[in-house]
Design a binder for this molecule. Structure first.
Ligand code: IMP
Length: 434
């Protein structure tokens, strides 16, 4: 028995929801360790859909503990709204089933505004770079965390020091806002914003690293629920077109307060083709009718922002990179059925850059924009793979595609998901038992 880290191996939206749901049923504790309410997924349990953005998946299952670790940025108003939405669906969230790290950073309205101001200026006020963020204030909140001026969960409990911290934060933000031609924010506005939610948030606060350490020693099964994807990682992703946190598996340790030895199996959720929301390089992007087909068949619209996702062929070179940067033990391959009916399929195996062959995406923004994908072509299949539950249910060409993916990325398929339905899964390895 081991703990499991679930991460996305591409640009997010790999279909983590279904897999995390299946695993969370088998876990005692589900921990979010990075990101915030920029994530979004829908869990369908006994016919009821639950939309989660900030709360860990375990929260909708009775008897599970959900944990928001120190690596997460928490918008307290979004948190309360999400708890209220769940309450309206009959799910009770109390300190019995949700703990929030007392050292987690808060997202404030000024972070959300700054995120929007930068995006609206179409890059003018952001050094000419438009990221296409979710406008949730994620980046600005992480900036304040690293700038050592953030307001954190436990600060809500001490109004005297909170007031001084808000002053310090506003010295920075108001200078920035003046420079951007925006109205200043008053001390009272922020104090009011914080004190209006403190009574609701504080009961959930906990010394999460300590609680997790005790639980681990007791033998609890812990599921670390990653958000976004490895190619959106602040260090390893397609910088600057990334999110503002480390999304790779190693962050599960730092973002929850556990040592790396506690992590165990790393499951990389991997879509059978590639999608990306927002700006940035995408070497296998298809702007033709095949890209259109993948978007429609795969219902590729963002759950948080409703934006249309860009679609393209499977990029084995990029996923191979994610296998290395995450230490992926095995992958869960999702949405294979979206490829049903295509005459031929391409897989990117590497790139050419200025006429030279390379086997990985370089770190430089300019080079990332110039690489040209190198493909192998496989025969497609006409039969439907929807709902397959064993290998024998799959057409030979689909099996060939999966084997080719495994070989090229250097990691085995542990699970193959063949529809949004929970049971439509081919299970090769149970990550908790591996
Ligand atoms: P931010 O995380 O809102 O700062 O957005 C930065 C980039 O990450 C943008 O390209 C977003 O579209 C992308 N992003 C953030 N969260 C997700 C997600 O959950 N799925 C896919 N893309 C995401």
């Amino acid at each position: 028995m081991t703990n499991v880290v679930v991460i996305g191996s591409q640009w997010g939206d790999e279909g983590k929801g279904k897999i995390v749901d299946w695993l969370s049923e088998r876990a005692d504790i589900v921990v979010r360790f990075q990101g915030g309410h920029n994530a979004g997924h829908t869990l369908v349990i006994d016919g009821t859909s639950y939309k989660l953005s900030l709360l860990p998946s375990g929260v909708v299952r009775p008897g599970k503990m959900a944990v928001i670790g120190n690596g997460v940025v928490v918008d307290p108003h979004a948190l309360c709204a999400e708890i209220d939405r769940l309450a309206a669906q009959g799910v009770t969230v109390t300190p019995e089933n949700l703990r929030i790290a007392d050292n987690a950073t808060l997202i404030l309205s000024l972070h959300r505004e700054l995120d929007g101001i930068r995006e609206d200026a179409a890059g003018k006020s952001n050094g000419g770079v438009k990221i296409g963020t979710t406008r949730r204030g994620i980046g600005p909140a992480y900036e304040d965390k690293v700038g050592r001026r953030a307001i954190r969960v436990m600060d809500l409990a001490d109004l005297e020091t909170l007031s001084a911290k808000v002053d310090r934060l506003l010295t920075h933000h108001n200078a920035l806002r003046r420079g951007l031609g925006e109205a200043e924010v008053s001390h009272e506005t922020i104090m009011q914003e914080l004190t209006s939610v403190s009574d609701r948030v504080l009961p959930f606060r906990d010394t999460v690293w300590l609680m997790l350490d005790k639980e681990r020693r007791r033998g609890a099964r812990i599921l670390f629920e990653g958000a976004q994807g490895s190619l959106l990682d602040i260090d390893h992703g397609t910088y600057p077109f990334v999110t503002s946190s480390n999304t790779v598996a190693g962050q599960a340790a730092a973002g929850s307060g556990m040592g790396p030895g506690a992590l165990g199996y790393v499951l990389g959720i991997t879509k059978a083709y590639t999608t990306r929301v927002g700006e940035g390089p995408f070497p296998t992007e298809l702007t033709d009718e095949i890209g259109q087909f993948l978007g429609e068949r795969g219902r590729e619209f963002g759950t948080v922002t409703g934006r249309k996702r860009r679609c393209g062929w499977f990029d084995a070179a990029l996923v191979r990179q994610s296998v290395a940067t995450n230490g992926i033990t095995g992958i869960a391959l999702t949405k294979l059925d979206v490829l049903d009916g295509l005459d031929e399929l391409k897989i990117c195996v590497g790139y050419t850059l200025d006429g030279e062959e390379i086997d990985h995406l370089p770190a430089s923004q300019g080079q990332q924009a110039r690489v040209v994908a190198k493909y192998i072509t496989l025969e497609g299949w006409k039969e439907s793979t929807v709902g397959a539950r064993k290998w024998a249910d799959l057409p030979a060409q689909a099996i060939k595609y999966v084997r080719q993916v495994e070989e090229l990325i250097g990691a085995p398929v542990a699970l193959l998901s063949t529809s949004p339905e929970r049971d439509d899964t081919i299970l090769v390895t149970d990550p908790f038992e591996d």
